[in-house]
Design a protein around this ligand. Structure first.
Ligand code: UD1
Length: 332
């Protein structure tokens, strides 16, 4: 039996495939390289010394997707084939709703047809909108997303809830990621944003490497210890391991729909990040304070207790580990 990983060549997908292979799982990847590169597949093999099956297809192509289910014995599906650029989603919402929402629906319909009912979904802390309380627990209200990307995550969560209500033989884990950063310790796989990065860590890396002149810190007048935005940065390898634990949970227990925060439970400010990065790399990260970025919130960090208790999972890597890994990948 295999685990089907859509978007398995992407940033979080590739790290999760490494963990799946290390755990002795058989893996089938589909990817259309819309935001990733074929080399990643070779690198996964290099890291793990293991092989997997690969299909270069767009998961929106129902006919080709069905072929994957015809040709393999799929036990569960992990869906990483989502677009994730917040700014682009505002410019081109239909592209996001089509790929993320229609893509997920097509995938679920195909799973249904082949009677594959275990589904692990990559959601985001963005579904909490302006958080009801900090630290955020899974029962906090969702909604009030500030961009189409976030809304696609919210919609898919709702679709999954409705699906389970209609048919309790589905077995679903919704994983709400906080801010994934870092890279594999080998330096062989990591995040490669196209163009100028909009997320903090990739931007910091490019400033430290001399590629970009300086970081713009979006506001220092928030109600936080140093005035800059606070987030729950989580190492992508910790995050990937969370998926393995979620899969084990679905396999172990009776069917259900489960939602988990995947975060560290610790919040760091933009300036904490800059400082940690400078300490770890010995590089200067030049920055200037600018206006707040529209749509940003002051503080967002998780209460990760539910995942700890129910999945036996906990993030263990520190902010410095994250900086070191991101820098290591950049240098390679
Ligand atoms: C963003 C998305 C979120 C998505 C996540 C993926 C928004 C509103 N949210 O979260 O939906 O799931 O990325 O990781 O865009 N910052 C700077 N200067 C920069 C970049 C960022 O000061 O050049 C600050 C931000 O104001 C924020 C923190 O760094 O306080 C983190 O920003 P970022 O990495 O973009 O993530 P989020 O905005 O938390």
């Amino acid at each position: 039996m295999s685990i089907l990983v859509t978007g398995g060549a992407g940033y979080i997908g590739s790290h999760t495939v490494v963990e799946l292979l290390n755990a002795g799982r058989e893996v089938v990847i589909i990817d259309n390289f819309s935001n990733s590169k074929p080399e990643v597949l070779e690198r996964i093999k290099q890291i793990t010394g293991k092989d997997f099956k690969f299909y270069e297809i767009d998961y929106l192509n129902r006919k080709e997707l069905e072929k994957v289910f015809e040709e393999n014995e799929i036990e569960a599906v992990m869906n990483f084939a989502g677009y994730k650029a917040v700014g682009e989603s505002v410019q081109n919402p239909l592209k996001y709703y089509n790929n993320n929402v229609s893509g997920a629906i097509g995938l679920l319909e195909t799973m249904n047809k082949y009677n594959v009912k275990k589904f692990i979904f990559s959601s985001s802390a963005t579904v909490y909108g302006e958080p009801e309380k900090i630290p955020i627990t899974e029962d906090c209200k969702t909604g009030g997303t500030t961009n189409p990307y976030g809304t696609t995550k919210l919609f898919i969560e709702q679709i999954l809830q409705d699906l389970y209500k209609s048919d309790e033989t589905w077995d679903i884990a919704i994983l709400r990621y906080f801010n994934p950063v870092g890279a594999h310790e080998s330096g062989l796989i990591g995040e490669e944003p196209q163009g100028i990065p909009s997320n903090l860590m990739p931007y910091v890396v490019r400033v430290a490497s001399g590629d970009l002149e300086q970081l713009s810190v979006f506001g220092n007048d928030y109600d936080t210890p140093d005035g800059t935005g606070v987030r729950d940065y989580i190492h992508v390898v910790d995050l990937a391991q969370g998926h393995i634990k979620a899969l084990e949970k679905l396999e172990k227990e009776k069917t259900g729909i489960y939602t988990y925060n995947l975060g560290t439970g610790v919040g760091y400010s933009v300036l904490d990040m800059v400082k940690a990065f400078e300490e770890v790399t010995g590089k200067k990260v030049k920055y200037k304070i600018v206006e707040r970025r529209p749509g940003d919130i002051a503080i967002c960090y998780s209460n990760p207790q539910k995942a700890k208790i129910e999945l036996g999972w906990q993030a263990i890597k520190t902010l410095k580990d994250m900086c070191k890994a991101s820098w290591g990948y950049m240098q390679k």
